[in-house]
Structures are given as structure tokens and as C-alpha cells.
Design a protein around this ligand. Structure first.
Ligand code: ZN
Ligand code: ZN
Length: 176
């Protein structure tokens, strides 16, 4: 006959918070697996510096979670959103909106084309941010015009120094 192990030797099989994976529905602000690179993304605000993490810090792709009317009910798009460029948070000066605020990522939904601006998080991959910026320099003028029509100013070649400066301000200095 075996006696049960004393409490201190028993394994604690409580599921770790770290591996609490989101199910088919991604809860707002919850941990998730990136649709694009399959990386595990923690929603811990201590890591991201933002309250609601809405994109992957490794590949910077996001996911479209807006509600829209599908037939007679509300549905969520859920399609991947590609990081297409960098922008700055619009400021109060409407005549020079691009001279304002913090660095933002411009995301475009791959299914419905919805454009959204999202704050750069503290642990976003700096090399990847630079790659998104470099790729965005090849955007066609009709694409940037489409963003401009939506009030989204995509940073271009003339904004290079601003981009470097903003990345340094948020602590990317040594990595850029
Ligand atoms: Zn990813
Ligand atoms: Zn969409």
C-alpha cells in the first residue's frame, strides 16, 4: 500500500497562465497565436506597454476584429491585417497632422480592405518596424492617396529622420 505523497511533493498541475491559448474567439486583450507567423503573443501590458495588444510584436501583423453586418446578423471579419506602413498619431494641428504624436502602424485588412491605425508597442520588433517602413516607400501614389483620403498619413521618404527619431524615443536606439 502506498501512502499519498505529502502536499509539498505533489505536482501542481494548475494550467499556466502563460500558455492560456485563445480559442476560436480571441478575447479582447487576451493572449493569442499570431495568424501570420504563428508566434505566441502574450497580452501582458508589462511587456507591450499598451493596454490592448492588437498586433503581433514579431511580424507586426494584426487581425480584423470589427463587427460588420453579414446578412441579418453581426459578424466579425477576423481576417489577417497586413502592416503596410508607419504613421504618426494625428495631432490637434489639422494643417500639419503628420507632425504630431506617437508612432503608429498602418494595418490593412486582407479580406475587406479596412484601414486602421494602431499604436506601436514597446516590444515590437525594431527591425520589423524598419522593414515595414522601407517596404512602404514602394507604395504606389494611388495607395498613399487612398490612405490620405481616410485621414491616414503614411510616412514616406521625406520622413526618414522622423522615423529614426521616433524609434529612438521609444527605446529602439541601439537596435535600429
Ligand atoms: Zn506574427
Ligand atoms: Zn476585414
Amino acid at each position: 500500500m502506498t501512502r499519498p505523497l505529502p502536499e509539498k511533493f505533489r505536482s501542481r498541475s494548475r494550467p499556466s497562465q502563460l500558455f492560456r491559448l485563445a480559442g476560436p474567439k480571441m478575447p479582447a486583450g487576451g493572449d493569442f497565436c499570431c495568424l501570420h507567423c504563428r508566434g505566441f503573443v502574450s497580452a501582458d501590458p508589462m511587456l507591450s506597454g499598451v493596454k490592448n495588444r492588437n498586433h503581433c510584436p514579431y511580424c507586426l501583423w494584426s487581425r480584423h476584429l470589427d463587427m460588420y453586418q453579414a446578412g441579418d446578423r453581426l459578424a466579425v471579419c477576423r481576417a489577417p491585417m497586413r502592416p503596410l506602413g508607419l504613421s504618426l498619431k494625428p495631432g490637434r494641428n489639422r494643417y500639419a497632422p503628420h507632425q504630431a504624436g506617437e508612432l503608429m502602424l498602418v494595418h490593412v485588412c486582407q479580406a475587406c480592405g479596412k484601414v486602421s491605425l494602431n499604436r506601436v508597442a514597446a516590444d515590437d520588433d525594431a527591425g520589423q518596424l524598419m522593414a515595414v517602413y522601407r517596404d512602404s516607400l514602394a507604395l504606389s501614389s494611388s495607395e498613399t492617396a487612398r490612405f490620405a483620403a481616410l485621414g491616414v498619413w503614411v510616412l514616406g521618404d521625406q520622413d526618414r529622420s522622423t522615423v529614426y527619431q521616433r524609434l529612438q524615443e521609444v527605446g529602439y536606439g541601439e537596435k535600429v
